[in-house]
Design a binder for this molecule. Sequence first.
Ligand code: FPP
Ligand code: MG
Ligand code: MG
Length: 324
Amino acid sequence: VHRLYSSAGCRLYNSAVRPDLSERIRARVVTSSPSLTAANHYYLEGGKLLRPAIVLQLAQALHPAGPLSAHNHLAEIVEMIHAASLLHDDVVDDAELRRGKATANVKFGSKSAVLSGDYLLAQASVALAELGDLRVIILLATVIKDLVEGEMLQMKATVEEKLSIEVYLRKSYLKTASLIAKSCKAVAILGGHNETVQEACYQFGRHLGLAFQIVDDKLDYTSTHTELGKPVGADLRNGIVTAPVLFAMEEFPVIRDYVGRGFSQNNDHEKVIEMVLESNGVARTQELAEDLLSKSMHALSFLPSDVTSQSFNDLISSVTLRTK
Ligand code: FPP
Ligand code: MG
Ligand code: MG
């Protein structure tokens, strides 16, 4: 697949991802109902396939002869869980635009979008059971709990929690890094590797996943509507405080008051966005992401350097340099 990252200045060639990956996932979620099948397929196309790419890149590094068939199945499962979470997320967020297109809830209605997310989760569970490894089933089932807990933590956060970098990092782990970390650990388990390697793979995925989410949160302030395929500044407008705001708060303590009153007064959002852009918040957010990425690569230092060099550098720069 040559099209993982084809946005400006950011191209990832990932030889580990087979071109038929999307086709194989689509085939797994064909149902007796054409409307359900259409909804199931909707978020399985046009995505970055970042999670399968990470799984297969790591599998390739651990198994230079090529990923095992279990790894290919895992890559499909991971993308199905991700797509399910997006279907439900867009209903919860009442979102209208994703990847530059109408969201599934707008196109098919919220009820179908919820049911489609349920279907993808169920099919991911079937595929997991077919893999036949109890440890991997437990890991990925735990990810689904983490996703829900992360979403709930974000939705119900108190002002104190919103202002805490620890809570922000915990939420980012639950919402984003858990799926990547636990699927990386599953790669090692399925490959028959020992616990030290399993833990290293987990740490690789955890740091990479956190970095990915943090870059995502930065782009909400620095990118454009066209590039992101969704409105910019959306996090703050939804009352969600992320790394750029938390860092900006150190230079502009008044931001605490805005968060405290839930951005309820006229122009509160615009004022905070201005302060964020005037502060070092964006630069410090990028630094945090880059620090996490170097920790992520450090976790793989047990591998021979020729195995990790080029392919992982591409993966890392696709996270750090991406503009969408
Ligand atoms: C995107 O976040 C959303 C997630 C990473 C997880 C959402 C999880 C749920 C809705 C819980 C249900 C989970 C499953 C597996 C059915 P975002 O809204 O911050 O980002 P966005 O800009 O991509 O919408
Ligand atoms: Mg959302
Ligand atoms: Mg959300």
